[in-house]
Design a protein around this ligand. Structure first.
Ligand code: ATP
Ligand code: MG
Length: 252
């Protein structure tokens, strides 16, 4: 297996809004290896979300290439792209993006319904197991509006893990959270990284980036620095997701 999970070559994203063209990303060259824990930093408008949308196969580059697991994403047909998104990538968003009238359990089940691989009973069992791992076993029948922000984000993390994606992408996952909840969420990403997942987190905050082991900084659509972090912030329990990533790459 190739140890490079993500490779960008001279990647350019131009937003063409008719009258004006906006350069979202400007010739990005980047490799992220399997199992890395990476922070994406930079000012508002620097291209962080643009990059995440491309990494998550939600948007395509205008020029250049994105290879995910050795495969050129631009060459994938829509069905393959959906499959890749569903099986290889777990998303966590700033605003949680949970379905408000559904229980936590149901929210976590949804990606498994799309994947068509498990019986309803097996789906519920896995959703309950994941919610237990994120510390919400007592809340599985609660709806998002009955939970705190930190709890909602933990539901979103459980949902992102349903299909054991090798790649977890989080765009400002702590942006709407207080400090204590932000710590909990970053500790969970650290544990996922420890379990073998590749985790990419966008943040504005140095202390959030400090949990990761590599910091990339963007400015005006350009990658301006790429630094290793030799001393990531220590976390209380790294074993939460132990054993989850023994296998890899589920797309057949
Ligand atoms: N859909 C779009 N149409 C046109 N321009 C866009 C679009 N999305 C982003 N842009 C532009 O691309 C540039 C990069 O935006 P992006 O959303 O990636 O920034 P960001 O680093 O995520 O910022 P923030 O920290 O505010 O979330 C900005 O100049 C933005 O205005
Ligand atoms: Mg953004």
């Amino acid at each position: 297996m190739n140890d490079v999970l993500i490779e960008l070559r001279d990647l350019v994203k131009i937003y063409d809004t008719g009258a004006v063209k906006v350069l979202g990303l400007n010739k990005i060259n980047l490799q992220i290896k399997r199992g890395e824990f990476v922070a994406i930093m930079g000012q508002s408008g620097s291209g962080k979300s643009t990059l995440m949308n491309i990494l998550g196969c939600l948007d395509k580059p205008t020029l250049g290439n994105y290879f995910l697991d050795g495969e050129d994403v631009a060459a994938m047909d829509p069905n393959t792209l959906n499959k890749v998104r569903n099986e290889k990538i777990g998303f966590v968003f700033q605003s949680f993006n949970l379905i408000s009238r559904m229980s936590a359990l149901r929210n976590v089940e949804i990606p498994m319904i799309y994947a068509h691989k498990k019986s309803p009973a097996a789906r519920r069992e896995r959703a309950a197991m994941l919610l237990e791992k994120v510390g919400l076993s007592g809340r599985i029948h609660h709806q998002p509006n009955e939970m705190s922000g930190g709890q909602r984000q933990r539901v979103a993390i459980a949902r992102a893990l349903t299909n054991e994606p090798p790649l977890i992408l989080a765009d400002e996952p702590t942006g709407n959270l207080d400090t204590a909840s932000s710590v909990e969420i970053m500790e969970m990403f650290s544990a996922l990284h420890k379990a073998g997942a590749t985790v990419v987190v966008v943040t504005h905050e140095e202390n959030i980036a400090a949990y990761t082991d590599r910091m990339l900084r963007f400015s005006d659509g350009k990658l301006i620095s790429d630094k290793k972090n030799e001393n990531p912030t220590p976390v209380r329990d790294l074993s939460i997701f132990e054993g989850m990533y023994k296998g890899e790459s589920h797309v057949s």
